[in-house]
Design a binder for this molecule. Structure first.
Ligand SMILES: Cc1cc2nc3c(=O)[nH]c(=O)nc-3n(C[C@H](O)[C@H](O)[C@H](O)COP(=O)(O)OP(=O)(O)OC[C@H]3O[C@@H](n4cnc5c(N)ncnc54)[C@H](O)[C@@H]3O)c2cc1C
Ligand SMILES: *[C@@H]1O[C@H](CO)[C@@H](O)[C@H](O)[C@H]1NC(C)=O
Ligand SMILES: *[C@@H]1O[C@H](CO)[C@@H](O)[C@H](O)[C@H]1NC(C)=O
Ligand SMILES: *[C@@H]1O[C@H](CO)[C@@H](O)[C@H](O)[C@H]1NC(C)=O
Ligand SMILES: *[C@@H]1O[C@H](CO)[C@@H](O)[C@H](O)[C@H]1NC(C)=O
Ligand SMILES: *[C@@H]1O[C@H](CO)[C@@H](O)[C@H](O)[C@H]1NC(C)=O
Length: 574
């Protein structure tokens, strides 16, 4: 069967070569060019699973328009990131399911049915493939190409740029691609004899971090991955392709620094194994060039590391005046530059009225962690008039820490609401030389900022040209971000108003950089120049590698490499 499907895919390919012309616009659902039912039936005969008909999850609560699903379950699980990632039609944050028309009308499908809006499909592709094999991926890619469809690669749906949704598109869902394997003597394909071997873990495109962590733990190994409640971010999709940060990245590097081989289906339907020895240009581009841009990754092989003990430290305080805030945050910025050198990582948030930070320090005892932070804690406690609280915890391994902090029941939620972000990478040099200016800039933002202390350490010592990743990362010690939100049912003008606030705050954040560098996976769609901000000086090389492997621009996402040739919806060429 598999062989038959593969041959069929190749035949279909030949077809494309003969008939394809560069069409100006994609063929969207509802248009007369949209493939007929017979074409979808023919497609489904090549697939291991029935076709998907994704709908926004809340549609289950609108029985007239869509009698599928269980409304009670939807209401109970609405902010459960794991449940959301299991729904083909759900994005982690529902604003990315909705679509804002140019005239200000919002097409969405809201949990609160009493708002009186009809349930609309919005940006959720109405049909898709539940890809579980390489042949499934090849068939879907060839079908999308042949029919000039807007191909939407969706994994977990965590994306903050809405790149895993697309109005009127055709979805390729990788969620059930769950293979995992471990080798203690992995050699990249095509490597010369007697090359270095790796202790490596290979993850299929749909594996999520919580699964990867459990698996690595069973092998007695550590794997560097995303850190979120429930571990639902994808381990081999957008996280990796955009960079992939972790509180342990200052010690072990980013996701792109840990991956040693990828397999990928490219636009012409070929399944390639890419690494330092084969298709090394594509391997370079995939490490930072962004999700949904070069093809469909089917697996990622990461080097694994020995487990290590760690200490978790937390410091919390309140500020009774802006001067106190300024003084404490200035010292904190300077402290963090030092701690990043020692490979500490963590997360912070602060405003003019409060401050909190959580650090993890790998291979550092609690005694040493307390002593390291003691001068900062003592001075901050004096400055704030005794308002500082601290917490220290020694843990035997990453997995113990992750389970205690991110995998415990009833932890709250990070998803299931309307949110957009904007962020900037904080350069080490600026933090060292101008901590007071940085503190002042960040504290000027109404409502405060959040910071991911996930750079510096070894990341700064890795050659910026070794991967396609934005070189700004190699100078950074962390990333600060701002966000906006709105209630479901908000009007188009309310949404635009929030976006304006976001843009203004992004302009403020810009002052903590010298190059406007930002993280594409936690960014905004409304950057003045996404090429510079998300890809820096690597943009033109990323663009030319894209031309080589995706000449027909099948894989286009908003703010992605090559998307400057398309309109804002990535529907029509400019
Ligand atoms: C709650 C939360 C926590 C987060 N925590 C972290 C964190 O700790 N560290 C961090 O670095 N980031 C984090 N992020 C950001 C995260 O990296 C991005 O949301 C990323 O896009 C998620 O990738 P995904 O594959 O899981 O999601 P998706 O939204 O499904 O995909 C994201 C993008 O990648 C593409 N894509 C997905 N799979 C493939 C594939 N197999 N081949 C090609 N393209 C693919 C999609 O087309 C889309 O463009 C977090 C986000 C959220 C919402
Ligand atoms: C806005 O545009 C959409 C799409 O063309 C249309 O369906 C909708 O009725 C329009 N709304 C208004 C208020 O004009
Ligand atoms: C900070 O203030 C809030 C309320 O304003 C209070 O609940 C909290 O305990 C305070 N935290 C500290 C560390 O003093
Ligand atoms: C950071 O390190 C420098 C150089 O060792 C030192 O002068 C400075 O006091 C440190 N800053 C903090 C806040 O620990
Ligand atoms: C862990 O810390 C100990 C003591 O500080 C040190 O000797 C050892 O080299 C460290 N191990 C790693 C892997 O960093
Ligand atoms: C801060 O100072 C107060 C009052 O002097 C004291 O009770 C508290 O223990 C101190 N906190 C820390 C973390 O040192």
């Amino acid at each position: 069967m598999a062989l038959f499907r593969f041959v069929y895919a190749l035949l279909a390919l030949g077809d494309v070569g003969l008939t394809q012309t560069a069409q100006k616009c994609r063929c969207l659902y509802g248009q007369s060019c949209w493939p007929d039912e017979a074409s979808f039936v023919a497609l489904s005969q090549q697939l291991s699973q029935p076709l998907l008909r994704p709908v926004p999850p809340a549609s289950a609560c609108y029985p007239v328009s869509s009698p599928s699903g269980d409304c009670a379950e939807v209401l109970a699980k609405f902010t459960d990131g794991s449940w959301r990632s299991d729904q083909p039609g759900a994005l982690e944050n529902p604003n990315f399911e909705a679509y804002l028309h140019r005239n200000g009308t919002v097409d969405g499908c809201y949990r609160d049915t009493t708002l009186g809006f009809p349930c609309k499909q919005g940006s959720v592709p109405p049909i898709g493939v539940d890809a579980r094999t390489v042949e499934d991926v090849q068939a879907a890619v060839v079908f999308a190409r042949k029919n000039n469809l807007r191909l939407v690669v969706k994994n977990t749906g965590h994306d903050y740029l809405g790149r895993s949704a697309g109005r009127g598109g055709f979805m390729l869902w990788t969620h059930h691609f769950k293979d995992k394997s471990h080798s203690d003597s992995f050699v990249p394909q095509g490597a010369p004899t007697y090359s270095k071997t790796y202790n490596a873990i290979t993850l299929g495109a749909g594996v999520q971090w919580y699964e990867a962590y459990e698996y690595a733990n069973q092998q007695g190994r550590f794997i560097l991955g995303g850190i979120s409640l429930g571990g639902t971010v994808g381990a081999a999709g957008g996280w990796l392709l955009g960079g992939g940060h972790s509180a342990f990245a200052p010690r072990h590097g980013l996701g792109v620094d840990n991956v040693i081989q990828l397999t990928i289906v490219v636009a012409d339907g070929r399944h390639l194994t890419v690494n330092a020895y084969q298709h090394s240009d594509l391997f370079w581009a995939l490490r930072g060039g962004g999700g949904g841009t070069y093809g469909v990754v089917t697996s990622a092989t990461y080097q694994s590391h020995p487990e290590f003990p760690l200490t978790m430290s937390a410091i919390i305080t309140n500020f009774s005046s802006p001067d106190i805030a300024q003084s404490v945050i200035t010292e904190f910025i300077s402290l963090h530059a030092n701690l990043s050198d020692a490979q500490w990582g963590g997360y912070t948030s602060f405003s003019r009225s409060n401050f909190q930070v959580l650090y993890v320090s790998p291979n550092v005892s609690q005694e040493v962690a307390e002593a390291t932070l003691a001068p900062f804690v003592a001075r901050t406690n004096t400055t704030t008039g005794g308002a500082v609280q601290t917490l220290f915890f020694a843990l035997s391994s990453f997995y113990t820490w992750y389970n205690a902090v991110f995998n415990a029941p009833n932890q709250g939620t990070q998803v299931g609401f309307q949110v957009e972000l904007a962020s900037r990478l904080l350069p080490y040099k600026l933090a060292k030389e101008q901590p007071a200016k940085i503190a002042k800039t960040l504290l000027s933002i109404e409502g405060g900022v959040a910071g991911n202390l996930i750079a510096g350490g070894v990341i700064r010592s890795i050659d910026p040209s070794s991967t396609g990743l934005n070189p700004s990362w190699r100078k950074a010690i962390g990333q600060f971000y701002v966000s906006v939100g709105w209630p479901e049912g908000a009007t188009g003008s309310e949404i635009l108003h929030q976006r304006n606030i976001l843009k203004q705050n992004a302009d403020v954040l810009d002052k903590i950089t010298t190059d406007s560098g930002s993280y594409v996976n936690e960014g905004s769609l409304y950057e003045r120049d996404f090429r510079k901000t998300y890809f820096g000086s690597h943009y033109s090389r990323l663009r030319s590698i894209k031309r080589k492997y995706d000449a027909g621009s099948l894989f286009v996402v908003p703010s992605g490499v090559g998307s400057d040739e398309w309109d804002i919806d990535t529907q029509c060429r400019r």
